[in-house]
Ligand binder design. Sequence first.
Ligand SMILES: *[C@@H]1O[C@H](CO)[C@@H](O)[C@H](O)[C@H]1NC(C)=O
Ligand SMILES: *[C@@H]1O[C@H](CO)[C@@H](O)[C@H](O)[C@H]1NC(C)=O
Ligand SMILES: *[C@@H]1O[C@H](CO)[C@@H](O)[C@H](O)[C@H]1NC(C)=O
Ligand SMILES: *[C@@H]1O[C@H](CO)[C@@H](O)[C@H](O)[C@H]1NC(C)=O
Length: 341
Amino acid sequence: MLSTLFTACAALLGAAAAAPAYHDGHIQTVFEFPNNSFVENLAVRSNGEILVTVLTSRELVLVDPRRPGHSVLVHNFTEARGLTGIAEYEPDVFAVIAGDYHFKTTNWGAGTWTLWNVDLRGVKVHDGSLVPPPKVSKIKQVPESQLFDGMSLLSKKDKTLLIADTKAGVIYRVNAKTGDYQVVINSTYASPLQTPHGVNGLHVRGDTLYFTNSGQFTMVKVPIHEDGTPAGPFTIAARPQRPLEVYDDFTLDCDGNMFIATGAANTIVEISPDGKRQDVLAGSLNSTDVAESTAATFGRGPFDKDVLYVTTAGGSAVPVNGDIIIPGKLLAIKTNSKGSC
Ligand SMILES: *[C@@H]1O[C@H](CO)[C@@H](O)[C@H](O)[C@H]1NC(C)=O
Ligand SMILES: *[C@@H]1O[C@H](CO)[C@@H](O)[C@H](O)[C@H]1NC(C)=O
Ligand SMILES: *[C@@H]1O[C@H](CO)[C@@H](O)[C@H](O)[C@H]1NC(C)=O
Ligand SMILES: *[C@@H]1O[C@H](CO)[C@@H](O)[C@H](O)[C@H]1NC(C)=O
């Protein structure tokens, strides 16, 4: 168990360290990927296991935070080169985005971005593999796609998802059962303007859609209808306050606090619901502790509801201090939060 891990760590340091190791912002490596892995996004199963996508790999992997250092291959998307967003749309059934993305080139796989279905119902880890093998099927390839990135569940009832096309600067609604899709948000708040990236991470909470715009350096909020279209004005909920902060993906806790991955700033920032209080939860600009964070989400088990799981790219796109690249990771960061609702 993760708490055991933290406790063991605290015991080791116990004699020398005055402060307990298990404190707010304490960071633990759950899994380390190979060097130059742009670890991109994550989703947690109801049993506490974590699904991780990597932009520079075809492989969807599963990591159990109670067994750090081990991973299990869920599926190899051989038709693609990279994976981005992932979201659960019915219990233990996940939608995953894959595309022919060429890292560090201008070929971002336009037209190849595809939504897949990964059904993990009844699937368990046994001797390093999944039994029975998960059912994986294609939902839809979107020919108009430029670069599909973040994804969120929109409606459990309708089995719809929202997907950010970061290059086109629009948000799609896709039906996971039928594959029907449509642009539901096409606004300057989502657009890339002068940069190659616009809307990036996005999450629906109640009838509000939150999304980051990496190119415009904003966290945006908008009330939405059940079909994902705007139901009111867009407002800016937060803007970066420190050097090199680029808002990537994020999560919200039960109290509405935002936990945002800041990419090249090498931190996770925690922002109050009104946007006024902005604290660095973990990492710092010149440290590799949270090297190039990309996404964050809370644990779902009784042992890790207050633990924020964070994916990092290790500086593979923007090296720490300009020249340090470390392996991409899945990190566990202790918080004072109640976790997600
Ligand atoms: C996944 O597929 C790619 C391309 O076919 C291959 O190079 C890679 O070794 C495969 N990974 C695994 C774990 O089988
Ligand atoms: C977004 O709106 C603009 C301006 O109306 C339009 O030119 C563009 O085609 C729209 N984009 C998409 C993907 O629908
Ligand atoms: C900290 O990192 C920034 C960004 O890479 C770099 O410009 C700066 O020189 C670094 N500072 C130190 C003291 O290494
Ligand atoms: C990762 O890549 C960096 C930059 O190329 C290199 O300095 C470092 O030694 C590599 N680390 C590992 C573990 O291979």
